[in-house]
Design a protein around this ligand. Structure first.
Ligand code: PMP
Length: 446
């Protein structure tokens, strides 16, 4: 095993996934796991997600697209509604009661999100629109200030476009060179290739914690330590990890960690960048405007302290409040309990999908999360998705913002089913039944 900091969906051949080292400390004592929910009761969890009781095309919804966006529990919906109905005002500016309450709710969410990430200092959490904006912030601010034409940046061939295109833009601006760690046949990173690229002494290694197409859990601590040994900083795209794994940034050792609220039971349009404080302090502002200044004169301005220096303008207050509540919701389920529920479902899904003739599953069989990309005979993934949709089953189809990875496998896209805290074995059965029916349909027309 290369890295033990990723319990969810880790395929242990016998029995449940290992309990992660330091699991209990990930909550930092600030958002405690509820021991009452230690035994996983998926029915009790599902009733907290109103959308799961709706029908689609006259069938009960089978939602297998949580890697794109997860659903929101009542607790999050209610917290956002309470903010909107009772506490809405602008933050950090007013001295009146509503503004004070809104500011408290906003900063309280920062604490919950910091706790989720394992960050000791909430000031190291910058709220953004999501992972995409978090990576753009680093590329623009840190990259703009510290990267020049002679510099190298190492990415990987499994990056989501969000952790690729911002660096391409930086390369176009500065002339810096981008290099890409290769992906092995089973969908893991080729660490020998990483070592070769590190001989160039890059300034940054930016890579995903979990692949959104393959489910691969990358050995973050190992990659970070090799990057640091070569003198590089390490940025981790945590969009697909923060919802499922323990994301203890202190333990991972990275310098930047980006993640999104809408993949972890929170609202869309909100996410976070965690970065080491001294880096945030050294970086210039990303955008200028209100909220991010200390003093403004016509001749020039000085900046607010971190994290406010990076939060120009009126933020997505209700989104942030919902994000914080989502982090607390996940803590209340227990991050270890989430891991073991998803680990068991992952084993079941791999077994069932693996038994379907003509189905090609991508990604490793171990050290992976509950996202399953596959092709099925020569049926186009969009056709598969459309047929399954008729049965109320929501899966994703396409390149999943991973076009270079699809090129690597010489395919145009895959079908992708992904699970979360509310997913059940019956839903995996429904997917397999739907695939069997699709096979019949396509046999009929071919
Ligand atoms: N990175 C990965 C690995 C992702 O899966 C996603 C979302 N699909 C992103 C980045 C971008 O996240 P967002 O759209 O929330 O900014």
């Amino acid at each position: 095993m290369t890295d033990t900091n990723h319990p969810a969906g880790v395929l242990a051949p016998d029995g449940p996934p290992p309990v992660p080292e330091g699991a209990s400390q990930a909550d930092g004592g600030r958002a405690e796991a509820d021991p009452g929910t230690a035994a996983w009761d998926v029915a009790a969890i599902r009733v907290q997600f109103p959308i799961l009781s709706r029908e689609v095309h006259g069938r009960p919804l089978v939602y297998l697209d949580s890697a794109a966006s997860s659903q929101q529990p009542l607790r999050v919906l209610r917290r956002v509604a309470r903010y909107e109905r009772e506490q809405h005002a602008n933050v950090h500016r007013g001295v009146h009661q509503l503004s004070t309450e809104a500011t408290e709710a906003y900063e309280d969410a920062r604490l919950a999100v910091a706790t989720h990430a394992g960050a000791a200092d909430p000031a190291e959490i910058v709220f953004t629109r999501g992972t995409t904006e978090a990576v753009n912030l680093v590329a623009s601010s840190w990259g703009g200030a510290f990267i020049g034409a002679d510099d190298d940046i190492v990415l990987t061939k499994m990056e989501h476009h969000s952790n690729l295109v911002p660096w391409q833009l930086l390369a176009a601006r500065t002339g810096c060179r981008l290099h890409f760690v290769d992906v092995t046949a089973d969908g893991t990173l080729d660490l020998d290739d990483l070592d070769r690229l590190l001989e160039r002494r890059p300034r940054l290694v930016a890579f995903t914690h979990v692949s959104n197409s393959l489910g691969t859990i990358n050995p973050v601590r190992e990659i970070v330590s090799r990057a640091h040994a070569a003198g590089a900083l390490a940025l981790v795209d945590g969009a697909q990890a923060a919802p499922h794994l323990l994301t203890d940034v202190a333990r991972l050792g990275c310098d930047f960690y980006a993640f999104s609220g809408h993949k972890m039971c929170g609202p869309t349009g909100v996410g976070a960048l965690w970065a080491r404080r001294e880096l945030l302090e050294a970086m210039p502002p990303y955008q200028g405007g209100g909220e991010m200044i200390s003093e403004v004169k016509l001749e020039g301005s000085s900046w607010a302290k971190v994290p406010h220096k990076f939060e120009a303008g009126t933020p997505n207050i209700s989104g942030v409040v919902g994000f914080g509540e989502a982090a607390r919701f996940l803590a209340s389920l227990g991050r270890e309990a989430i891991a073991s529920h998803e680990g068991a479902l992952t084993r079941y899904a791999l077994e069932r999908l693996g038994a379907i003739e003509g189905l090609r599953l991508f990604g490793p069989m171990r050290e992976r999360t509950s996202v399953f990309s596959f092709t099925y005979g020569d049926v186009h993934p969009h056709d598969l998705s459309t047929i399954l949709d008729q049965r109320g089953i929501a899966i994703r189809a396409g390149h999943h913002c991973n076009q270079p990875l699809m090129d690597h496998y010489d395919i145009s896209g895959t079908a992708r089913a992904s699970l979360y805290v509310y997913s059940t074995a019956e839903e995996i059965d429904a997917l397999c039944d739907g695939l069997a029916m699709a096979a019949e349909v396509f046999r009929g027309i071919s």
